[in-house]
Design a protein around this ligand. Structure first.
Ligand code: AMP
Length: 396
C-alpha cells in the first residue's frame, strides 16, 4: 500500500509518499511560498533532488505539482497516481470532537471548520490542503489525523481550566494539547520495546522548535503541557510557554498593544530567542554561543532544562511514579547535553544516565544505566509514518 501524507500550512505544503507496512519512504518534499511565487524541493529516495522555483498560486496548484514530480519520468517514484491508495492529512485542531483519526467526508470537514476558532492559523490551511486534494485527485480516500486526538483521554481534572464553567460548556475552552501524533507514536513504541508492564507510566518529552510533554498511563494520555493552544507549557524556540496572564495585561496596557499583537509577541518573539537576548531560537546556536561565554544564551538553555525538569517532576507525581522517560523530536533526539542537563537533579526519582550512551544521536537507544530505576529512552519520532498507518487502517 502507498499513502501520500500531507501537512499543509498557510503558504507551505510538506509531503511524504510511503508504504505504511514496510515503512519505506519513496519520496518526500516541501512546497513553499504558495500564493506568493513558489518553490519546490522534491527528494525521491535514491534519485536526484529536484529543487526549483515553480509558480504555485494556490494549494491546488501545489498538489498538482506534487503529483507531477511524483510521476515524473526522471524524478518520479511511481508511474501514475492510481498507485497511491489514500491520502493522510495532518490536522492541527480536532477540538473535543475527534478522539481518533477519521475518513474525510463532508461532516468531518465541517467539524474541522467548526474548530477554526480554536486553531485559527492552522485549521484553515489544513482544510485548503484537503480541498486541494479532493479537486486534484477526485475519489481518492482521504483521512484526517489530529494533533489533539491522542490527548482526548485526559480526565477533566487535567483538561479543565479553573475559570467559570460557561467558557467550557459554551466556548469549549479547555486544555487540548498538541504534537499528539508524536506522543502517541513514541509512547506506543516504548510499550512495544519494554512490554506493557515496564512501560505503564511513561513521560514523553517532545523537544524541538515547539516542545511539549505528556504523562501517559498504560498507553493513554493523562496530562500534557500544551493547552488550548500550543503557547502553553515549557518555553520554546520563540514561544513563551506558561506565563502569568497579568504579564500580558501589563504589557498591553503600558505599551497600548492589542491582544492579538501581544499574542504574536508571546508566540513569535519570546521563548529561548528572547531569553538569549536575540541570539537564536535554534538550540545549536545557543549551545555555540554559551560555549563562547554568552551568559544570556546560557540562561536560555538553563531555563529550558529547568522547566522541562519541573514538568517531569509534576508528571511523575500525576502518574504516581515513572517507569520510562522518552526523549524525542529534533532537540530531544540529538542533544545529549540538553538531555543530561534536564536529568541532572532527577536522581531522587531514580534516574541515572549513562554518559557514553547519552552521546548517541538520533537513534532508538536506552540512555540510562542498567541499575537506573527509570528507563530513559531516545526514540526518534515519525509522525508521517503514524499518519500513514492510521490512513491505511481506516482505508482497508
Ligand atoms: P524539530 O522542531 O523537532 O525539527 O527540532 C528542531 C530543533 O532541534 C532545532 O531548532 C534545534 O534547536 C534542535 N536540534 C537539532 N539538532 C540538534 C543538536 N544536534 N543539538 C542541539 N539542538 C539540536
Amino acid at each position: 500500500m502507498k499513502v501520500l501524507v500531507i501537512n499543509a500550512g498557510s503558504s507551505s505544503l510538506k509531503y511524504q509518499l510511503l508504504d505504511p507496512d514496510t515503512k519505506e519512504v519513496l519520496a518526500k518534499g516541501l512546497c513553499e511560498r504558495i500564493g506568493i511565487d513558489g518553490h519546490i524541493k522534491h527528494t525521491p529516495t535514491g534519485k536526484d533532488v529536484y529543487d526549483a522555483d515553480r509558480y504555485m498560486p494556490d494549494h491546488e496548484a501545489a498538489i498538482k505539482l506534487v503529483m507531477e514530480v511524483l510521476t515524473h519520468n526522471y524524478y518520479g517514484v511511481i508511474k501514475d497516481m492510481s498507485e497511491i491508495d489514500a491520502v493522510g492529512h495532518r490536522v492541527l485542531h480536532g477540538g473535543d470532537k475527534f478522539v481518533e483519526s477519521c475518513i474525510i467526508d463532508e461532516a468531518c470537514k465541517q467539524a474541522i471548520r467548526d474548530c477554526i476558532p480554536l486553531g485559527p492559523l492552522h485549521n484553515p490551511a489544513n482544510l485548503m490542503g484537503i480541498e486541494a486534494c479532493e479537486k486534484a485527485m477526485p475519489g481518492k480516500p482521504q483521512v484526517a489525523v489530529f494533533d489533539t486526538a491522542f490527548h482526548m483521554t485526559m480526565p477533566p481534572k487535567a483538561y479543565r481550566y479553573a475559570i467559570p464553567t460557561k467558557y467550557y460548556t459554551e466556548d469549549h475552552l479547555r486544555r487540548y494539547g498538541f504534537h499528539g501524533t508524536s506522543h502517541r507514536f513514541v509512547s506506543k513504541r516504548c510499550i512495544e520495546l519494554m512490554g506493557a508492564e515496564k512501560a505503564s507510566r511513561v513521560i514523553v518529552c517532545h523537544l524541538g522548535n515547539g516542545s511539549s510533554l505528556s504523562a501517559v498511563k498504560d498507553g493513554k494520555c493523562q496530562d500534557t503541557s500544551m493547552g488550548l493552544s500550543p503557547l502553553a507549557g515549557v518555553p520554546m524556540g520563540t514561544r513563551a510557554g506558561d506565563i502569568d496572564t497579568c504579564v500580558a495585561q501589563f504589557i498591553m496596557n503600558k505599551y497600548n498593544m492589542s491582544a492579538d499583537d501581544c499574542l504574536t509577541m508571546l508566540n513569535k518573539k519570546s521563548g529561548v530567542l528572547a531569553l538569549s537576548d536575540g541570539v537564536s531560537s535554534d538550540f545549536r546556536d545557543l549551545d555555540a554561543a554559551a560555549e563562547k561565554g554568552n551568559e544570556a544564551a546560557q540562561l536560555a538553555l538553563d531555563k529550558f532544562a529547568y522547566e522541562v525538569r519541573k514538568y517531569i517532576g509534576a508528571y511523575a507525581a500525576a502518574l504516581g511514579g515513572v517507569d520510562c522517560i522518552v526523549f524525542t523530536a529534533g532537540l530531544g533526539e540529538n542533544s545529549g547535553s540538553m538531555r543530561a542537563s534536564i536529568c541532572d537533579g532527577l536522581e531522587y526519582l531514580g534516574v541515572k544516565l549513562d554518559a557514553e550512551k547519552n552521546k548517541l544521536r538520533g537513534e532508538e537507544v536506552i540512555i540510562s544505566t542498567p541499575d537506573s530505576k527509570v528507563t530513559v529512552w531516545v526514540i526518534p519520532t515519525n509522525e508521517e509514518l503514524m499518519i500513514a498507518q492510521d490512513t491505511a487502517e481506516l482505508c482497508k
